[in-house]
Design a protein around this ligand. Structure first.
Ligand code: NAG
Ligand code: NAG
Ligand code: NAG
Ligand code: NAG
Ligand code: NAG
Ligand code: NAG
Ligand code: NAG
Ligand code: NAG
Ligand code: NAG
Length: 431
């Protein structure tokens, strides 16, 4: 199908009879037709159903099981903070099947499983926060600095400072800019330390302090600043925590009833969330259960995790292609880095700088959203890698499949993203 611009608006889809190995040899026989023919087929099926009176279609929802780390130590005890990213409860993300979740249609002996676990917790700032003054055109400005490990770009004089952010009392923030020409917004800062082969990768952004360092996981820290965002009620979520008031300041809502509520501002110039992310690749047995697994490691180690498994060259080629094309780019960090504060679900109820009510575990809701969004992106990339970019000018940047295994993976790609959303009806004819 071509659009007016002459650009392929649809990926190349295999037309004809193929075997869907989710269902096996017999039930899996599937006919893929063009959209036009499909419409006719659906109409025919509707008629056929009426006559045969048999229930021939079913809606299959696909649930991707995922667990999420939820245990968040939230008090200021030193060793509890240490526990945060080291021995915290391992609520593990489910294994993702390349076949069911990513749509690489293949018989069971050609599949692999991929696991990403993400363990996050709000970090205490006491003992890790300092203040310093900078002179800006004569005026002194105060900044809060957070020390979870030195950034690679910083000079030694800054010690272990990871992030600095303006430190203003709420009265200052409001007093100086009362007109509020800008709509108050969150600011989300971020830094990361990836591992490779058991030590920190050279292309990391910061070197975590001992309490955060892990040799078998990529570590990220996220810094959330509420700025002048006001909440009519105090926020108890540890990451969004807001209890500061300006004496005499209230929010007035006029309407059917006039309502006067408090005005609460964020407690921390930049509240900190730490995450440890781990990856694992497994080959399944015939029943789909993992039978051979790599150790857990960082994202940049995926290739070595893969080559640590016992496999033949054909298997290696096939899995490597899938990993490189769909898995490596779609990361929590990239998502947050690209969208910034727009990646926060709290923004759905942020109107004109006033934050609607947030649950006490809002930080978990955010992390789950990041996770789900990147899962959907993985499925999208799997399809993109197989079909190539729709813009012909972009094709020169696209690594086409280069061996038999890669071509086979691409030609057997099904689009599973619809299943992730769990809403697409699956039509099967068994007349
Ligand atoms: C999760 O559990 C696995 C297996 O028990 C372990 O190897 C891994 O290090 C744990 N991950 C985290 C983040 O603690
Ligand atoms: C920054 O300047 C203010 C006002 O001059 C002063 O009270 C404060 O102690 C200074 N802070 C630091 C860390 O030097
Ligand atoms: C007030 O607004 C000006 C211009 O919009 C900005 O440069 C300044 O940083 C703001 N001051 C504070 C305290 O937010
Ligand atoms: C990883 O470390 C081991 C032991 O230090 C070394 O033998 C191996 O070559 C390293 N692998 C890579 C890919 O750097
Ligand atoms: C920075 O952190 C490291 C590791 O936790 C520690 O050994 C070092 O003393 C710290 N440096 C400073 C300047 O605090
Ligand atoms: C709300 O109303 C009170 C009393 O009329 C007033 O003092 C206050 O400034 C109002 N608050 C805002 C944010 O306008
Ligand atoms: C609400 O406040 C407005 C402005 O202060 C006032 O004109 C109006 O009468 C009030 N409405 C009610 C229902 O009290
Ligand atoms: C695996 O991929 C490499 C590089 O594309 C290719 O040279 C090799 O022939 C492939 N192996 C098999 C068994 O096809
Ligand atoms: C799909 O995979 C099967 C088995 O792995 C292979 O025989 C077949 O050639 C592939 N289909 C296409 C269109 O390449």
């Amino acid at each position: 199908m071509s659009s007016v611009l002459g650009v392929d608006s649809q990926p190349r889809i295999f037309l004809g009879v193929w075997i869907n190995w989710s269902k096996g040899n017999v039930l899996g026989s599937t006919l893929t037709v063009t959209q036009t023919n499909g419409a006719l087929l659906v109409a025919f099926v509707a008629l056929f159903i009426t006559f045969a009176g048999t229930r021939l279609w079913r809606i299959s929802c696909f649930f991707l099981h995922r667990g999420y780390s939820a245990s968040g130590p939230q008090d200021g005890i030193y060793h509890q903070r240490q526990a945060v990213l080291k021995n915290s409860d391992n609520a593990t993300a489910g294994l993702i099947s390349c076949h069911f979740d990513m749509g690489f249609n293949a018989p069971s002996e050609k599949r692999f499983l991929y696991r990403r676990t993400t363990l996050c917790a709000p970090l205490v700032t006491e003992g890790y926060k300092g203040f310093r003054n900078f002179s800006e055109s004569g005026a002194k400005s105060s900044y809060a600095q957070y020390s979870y490990g030195a950034t690679l770009s910083s000079s030694d004089t800054q010690g272990n400072v990871t992030y600095i952010y303006p430190q203003l009392s709420v009265t200052d923030m409001f007093g100086k800019n009362k007109s509020r020409t800008n709509i108050p917004e969150y600011t989300l800062g971020y830094s990361y330390a990836n591992v490779i082969n058991g030590s920190l990768a050279h292309n990391r952004a910061f070197t975590p302090i001992d309490q955060l360092y892990r040799s078998d996981a990529d570590v990220s820290v996220f810094f959330l600043s509420s700025n002048q965002v006001i909440s009519p009620v105090a926020i108890e979520d540890p990451w969004y925590s807001a209890h500061q008031e300006i004496p005499g300041f209230h929010l007035n809502f006029t309407g059917w009833h006039n309502l006067t509520l408090g005005g609460y501002f964020g407690d921390e110039p930049a509240a900190v969330l730490g995450c440890a992310k781990q990856y694992q690749i497994c080959y399944p047995d015939k029943g789909g259960k993992p039978s051979q697994c790599s150790r857990f490691g960082g994202k940049q180690e995926l290739y070595w995790l893969l080559t640590s498994l016992t496999q033949n060259e054909e298997q290696l080629n096939r899995t490597r292609w899938s990993i490189m094309s769909a898995l490596t780019g779609n990361e929590l960090d990239g998502f947050v880095q690209t969208l910034g504060a727009a990646s926060l679900t709290s923004r759905y109820s942020l109107v004109s700088g006033i934050q609607g009510p947030l649950p006490d575990n809002q930080w978990q809701v955010d992390v789950e959203h990041w996770h789900a969004a990147t899962m959907v992106a993985i499925q999208g990339s799997a399809v993109d890698a197989a079909s190539g970019p729709s813009n012909p000018d972009m094709r020169k940047f696209w690594a086409a499949p280069s061996n038999d295994q890669e071509r086979s993976v691409c030609n057997n790609q099904t689009d599973s993203s619809a299943f992730y959303e769990g809403s697409t009806p699956e039509i099967r004819i068994r007349g």
